[in-house]
Design a protein around this ligand. Structure first.
Ligand code: KIV
Ligand code: ZN
Length: 566
């Protein structure tokens, strides 16, 4: 296998070390996080950023899940999947492989192929469960039927595309002997990557590492294909299991940015990449990841999905590089390495000495943005600069975190069906919280409404509901101060839930279950009421846009028994 025949090489020796390929599934497994629904434009932006981050393979979606997913994968394949890029050493490098997921049936495989074929390096990723519990209760297939289906469908996929990945779903709970048998069949039928999913996050590092070692030992032909790892985090062991699998010889890992994904999520890209990097003497492998793009990728994914990164999250949490205790600060001043095992700059956190204040001009602002790694066009620069000036008038010092919040708030704007024009509230211990909200529609029309509520934020939400004609339930509201002090910038995250059809309390026609859809929004402002209004409106905008945008539609009903949302 070589780059020339379109298949990713198993490993590229670099200083004698193997390369572990990074297969990013943020846009597929990650998007399956509750409320993480992404629109086409957002998926494209994330895919571009993943390419800059240096991931080797992007799993762009599950084309058979919906026409929107199919379209998104196709667009990513034809754009990001065709654009050459530079690697972490600044050398020209090929675009990422673009993978599309497919169940082991012809219709799914055809749809996946149709979606990925526009990429320079397309991949079909097909899967079928091999654990007794899945085969008996979900698939209702015997072991023989599963083996036959794998043989037939891997061969069918191979007829479309050279690069075939096969996953025995729930491998972690499968009978190992049966697993080796299925994997042998998949290799013979043409699979080039065997991905081993711990679908329900059940295994422990010792077990999972042993499973990988056994697969390599007892599966004829395993030395000719890439062995991949796909771990879920139900017991908080996804990263540990992935590292154990790498030690046992796997050379591809499936990960998501910020570890988002079904239930407790997937292996977190940043954690496993930085563990391999920081402890390279132990693992003795490299990745192709441009670590300086980690922070930006994390921020983008968090903003677009609305899934907030917990402050104490390793590598990308707000506190990951913060030192609070006096003893630690003292130690750090004497020698950085006393309490810091990584440099913040390695993951792309700014280390700029440029301090901006109320008198700083546009030029200084642009330089600062560049130093922080943001490439702003003129229109973005003007918008961010105007926002910076407003903030500098209100705050004594504008910190790097404030500037970052301004820029990413502007850059990662989701679809705007309505934009916030004005918000005004009246509240206090002896009054009925009242809000007046003015929104602008897409044609520039101005719409004003008043709302009452249990508090000022509730009143604002009521007014927005009335203007937009929506009635989703607020299921989550969090507020964080980005910086310290009374003049801190507030960062509000919101999640709305809509049941479909919104009016009926019973299943829809045909007996399909009613869908629960979550939409998230985020808003940043020095005024927390304004930040809340922005966040709420962003979630409402996503909800409204999703009604016309097939991208966010997830197949349910007939497909669900086979697990469309795997
Ligand atoms: O968790 C899982 O088993 C999956 C497979 C489709 C790889 O996501
Ligand atoms: Zn998964």
């Amino acid at each position: 296998m070589s780059d020339d025949d379109g298949v990713v090489p198993t490993s590229k020796p670099e200083d004698g070390r193997d390369v572990v390929l990074v297969f990013d599934t943020t846009l597929r497994d990650g998007e399956q996080s509750p409320g993480a629904t992404l629109h086409l434009r957002e998926k494209l932006e994330i895919a571009k950023q993943l390419a800059r981050l240096g991931v080797d393979i992007i799993e762009a979606g599950f084309p058979a899940a919906s026409p929107g997913d199919q379209e998104a994968v196709k667009r990513i394949a034809e754009t990001v999947g065709r654009e050459p890029r530079t690697d972490k050493f600044g050398r020209p490098s090929p675009p990422p492989v673009i993978a599309g997921l497919a169940r082991a049936n012809k219709d799914d495989i055809d749809k996946a192929w149709e979606a990925v074929r526009g990429a320079l390096r397309p991949r079909i990723h097909t899967f079928l469960a091999t654990s007794d519990i899945h085969m008996e209760h979900k698939l209702r297939m015997t072991r023989e039927q599963v083996v036959d289906r794998v043989r037939e469908m891997v061969a069918y996929a191979k007829g479309c595309c050279d690069d075939i990945e096969f996953s025995p779903e729930d491998a972690g709970r499968s009978d190992p002997k049966f697993l080796f048998q299925v994997l042998t069949v998949a290799i013979k039928a043409g699979a080039t990557t065997l991905n081993i999913p711990d679908t329900v996050g059940y295994t422990t590092p010792g077990e999972f590492g042993q499973l990988i070692a056994d697969i390599r030992r007892y599966t004829p032909g395993a030395d000719k294909v890439v062995i991949s790892l796909h771990c879920h985090n139900d017991l908080g062991l996804a990263v540990a299991n992935t590292l154990a699998g790498i030690e046992a010889g796997a050379r591809q890992m499936e990960v998501t940015v910020n570890g988002i994904g079904e239930r407790a999520g997937n292996t977190s890209l940043e954690e496993v990449v930085m563990a391999l990097y920081t402890r390279r003497q132990i693992y003795e492998v490299d990745t192709n990841v441009v670590t300086q793009e980690i922070h930006r990728s994390s921020d983008m994914v968090s903003r677009y999905t609305g899934i907030v990164v917990q402050p104490n999250k390793a590598i990308v949490g707000a506190n990951a590089f913060a030192h609070e205790a006096g003893i630690h600060q003292d130690g750090m001043l004497k020698h950085k390495r006393t309490y810091e095992i990584m440099d913040a700059q390695t993951i792309g956190l700014p280390d700029s000495k440029l301090v901006l204040g109320k008198h700083s001009g546009r030029h200084a602002f642009r330089r600062k943005a560049e130093a922080m790694g943001y490439r702003l066009n003129d229109e973005q620069l003007n918008a961010c600069f105007a926002r910076f000036k407003e903030l500098a008038d209100k705050k004594k010092t504008v910190s790097d975190a404030d500037i970052e919040a301004i820029i990413s708030d502007r850059l990662y704007q989701p679809i705007e069906v309505f934009s916030l024009d004005r918000v005004q509230v009246q509240c206090g211990n002896d009054s009925i919280p009242t809000a007046v909200v003015r929104l602008r529609g897409q044609e520039g029309q101005v719409l004003t409404e008043a709302g009452f509520g249990t508090g000022p934020v509730d009143a604002v939400c009521q007014a927005i509901k009335r203007i937009t004609g929506t009635n989703a339930r607020l299921v989550e509201f969090t507020i964080q101060a980005i910086t310290e002090g009374l003049d801190a910038v507030g960062d509000v995250s919101i999640r709305l839930e809509e049941r479909e059809p919104a009016s009926a309390e019973r299943p829809v026609a045909g007996g399909e279950p009613r869908r629960r859809r979550l939409f998230s929004g985020r808003g940043v402002d020095t005024d927390i009421i304004v930040a809340s209004a922005k966040a709420y409106l962003q979630a409402v905008n996503k909800l409204l846009a999703s009604r016309d945008d097939a991208t966010s539609v997830i197949a349910v009903g007939a497909n669900e028994s086979q697990g469309v949302r795997v």
